[in-house]
Structure formats: C-alpha cells, structure tokens
Ligand binder design. Structure first.
Ligand code: DC
Length: 217
C-alpha cells in the first residue's frame, strides 16, 4: 500500500473533494495546502491598510496555522482562531495567489507541510506537492478540468454557502488565478513528469476517486 499521495491541479478541478474521500477510504490524513495559503491571506486582511508585500510578510512571520479534522470536516485555525469558513470568502480568494507567490510565505508553508507528512499516510493536495513539497510521493496525480467546468463547480459551491456569485466573473477570476499560479517564479503550478494526468471534465467524483485508489493499490 502506498503511503504518500500527492494531488495537484488548478482551482476547481475537484482536488479537495476527491482528496478528502481518498484519504477517508485509505484511513489517511487529508492535508489541504491551499487552506494554509488562505490562512495567511486571511491574517493579512485582518490588519488595516493596503495589502502590500510587507503586510503579507508581517502576517506570515509568526503565524500559527493548524489543520485538524473535526467530525469529518477539516478545520483551520490561525493563531488559535477558527477561520474554516472565512478563508473561503471572495476577499481571501481575491488576494491568495499573490500571497502564495511570495518566497518567505512558501518556505514557511512548505516546511510545515513536510513536517505534517513526515509520518506518512497522508493525502496532500495543492499546486506544487509532487514537484516540490513531496517529490518522493508514492502516488502523484495531476487533476484538471476545463475552465468552464471548474467555474460551474465553484459557482455551485459558493452559492451553496450563501454567496451571491456571477458565473462569468468566477470564470474570469479562476482563469486569472490559474495564470498567476502557473507563471509565478517560485514553484509554479505544473504537472510533475511522473504524475498521472486525470481530466475530471465530465467524470463523476466517484470515478475520479476510484481511479486514484487504483493507483494507490
Ligand atoms: O486550492 P485553493 O484554491 O484553496 O488554493 C488557494 C491558493 O493557494 C491558490 O491561488 C494557489 C495557492 N496554492 C499554492 O500556491 N500552492 C499550494 N500547494 C496550494 C495552493
């Protein structure tokens, strides 16, 4: 049985949904690294004033980010405050790619992520897990889907949480975030050479989960 599963891909490809189920089925811990960058973005926004690189670096300096599973839901705390819901807000989403592009932010998060994976039995999802965080992962998946499909999924998800969102706007935001994540200088979003590509456009969640479990067998 493989012990470390890395799932990378662009926003809205279904990574967190399938990674969580795969982790449950394997009895592994699920680690959502995007939530950690969102936590830094959340803390940056707590301070009054403009979002500058200096403000982001100040927020990350002594941040305490904790991920924990409570009744099957992943909870995120920042310096002791539960921010599970707030890190999904449009305000956080709007600045998170910029936050995640800064070297000192990535260094700190990658260090935490490696420590979380040290004892194995983890499913970790993000953008640079197979290429940078855990290059020795046993299973590497690059999960993608068309931008239209990804925007539709995010739209449903946000509406279910009570946000008033516009599909066209969301598609533009996702495309812009992809571009920023793919073109940044440090650890850009890309498929590792040895990762298996799964295009989830038109596939059910269960079909994607089954495919990944086959790779883990
Ligand atoms: O998966 P998500 O939308 O919650 O990710 C939030 C942002 O964090 C996204 O813009 C990309 C960035 N990210 C990253 O740079 N590296 C990771 N390993 C995970 C997320």
């Amino acid at each position: 049985m493989k012990r470390i599963v890395a799932i990378d891909g662009p926003a809205g490809a279904g990574k967190s949904t399938v990674a969580k189920i795969v982790a449950e089925r394997l009895g592994y811990t699920y680690i959502d690294t995007g939530a950690m960058y969102r936590a830094v973005a959340w803390k940056t926004l707590r301070h009054d004033g403009a979002v500058t690189d200096a403000a982001i670096l100040h927020a990350v300096r002594d941040i305490d980010v904790q991920l924990s599973a409570v009744s099957g839901t992943l909870h995120v705390t920042v310096d002791g405050t539960d921010v599970t819901g707030e890190i999904r807000s449009p305000e956080v989403t709007h600045i998170v790619s910029r936050v995640a592009a800064l070297g000192p932010v990535r260094e700190k998060m990658v260090e935490l992520q490696r420590a979380m994976a040290a004892s194995g039995k983890v499913v970790m999802d993000g953008r640079d897990i197979a290429t940078n965080v855990l290059p020795n992962a046993d299973v590497k998946v690059f999960l993608s889907a068309s931008v239209e499909e990804r925007a539709r999924r995010r739209c449903k998800e946000m509406q279910a949480k009570g946000y008033d969102v516009d599909l066209d706007e969301l598609q533009k935001e996702i495309a812009a975030r992809d571009k920023q994540d793919r073109e940044r200088a440090i650890s850009p979003l890309r498929k590792a050479d040895d990762a298996v590509l799964i295009d989830s456009t038109g596939l059910s969640i269960e079909a994607v989960v089954e495919r990944i479990l086959e790779l883990c067998a």
